[in-house]
Design a protein around this ligand. Structure first.
Ligand code: HEC
Length: 129
């Protein structure tokens, strides 16, 4: 009986120890890759924006584009502004207005695919709930 208790305490301690290591390892990941500020967008949406939008609407973007939509300041937008901007984004991409014609001509490989437009629009809808 004593031996059983001893064994289970050993196992428990072991499990706790491993859990602690995992926890601290998990916590240290953001600080290791901490140079990149965390994106407010889901990864698959972020990728589309980074490919096709941030050249104008990102941190080093153009003033005119940023005055309409600044993806680098997304977290500063109120929740309702985020919702309406996300709807605009879906609308502009679905109609093919964004990215602009000249950009699409210069970077045909960066034109969002239908699937990517869908991903962004799904995300936009999810914000409205
Ligand atoms: C080559 C630069 C450029 C790129 C790339 C670009 N935009 Fe724009 N965008 C602009 C400019 C300039 C404006 C403001 C003038 C206008 O509406 O044409 C704008 C306006 C917008 C607006 C606001 C429209 C409105 O009516 O206020 C949205 C939303 C938008 N862009 C979304 C996007 C999205 C999403 C992408 C990527 C898929 C993208 N843009 C890529 C330049 C760009």
């Amino acid at each position: 009986m004593k031996k059983k208790i001893y064994t289970s305490i050993c196992i428990l301690t072991g499990v706790l120890f491993i859990a602690l290591i995992n926890l601290s390892a998990g916590k240290s990941i953001p600080s290791k890759s901490g140079q990149e500020p965390e994106s407010p967008f889901p990864p698959e949406v972020d990728q589309v924006f980074n490919n096709s939008c941030t050249a104008c609407h990102g941190i080093d973007g153009k003033a005119l584009a940023k005055s309409h939509l600044d993806l680098s300041a997304w977290n500063d937008y109120s929740a309702s502004k985020q919702k309406s901007k996300a709807m605009d984004i879906c609308k502009e991409m679905s109609s093919g207005s964004m990215p602009p014609k000249a950009f699409k001509k210069a970077h045909p490989e960066l034109v969002p695919t239908d699937e990517q437009v869908n991903i962004v629009c799904h995300w936009s809808e999810s914000l409205r709930k």
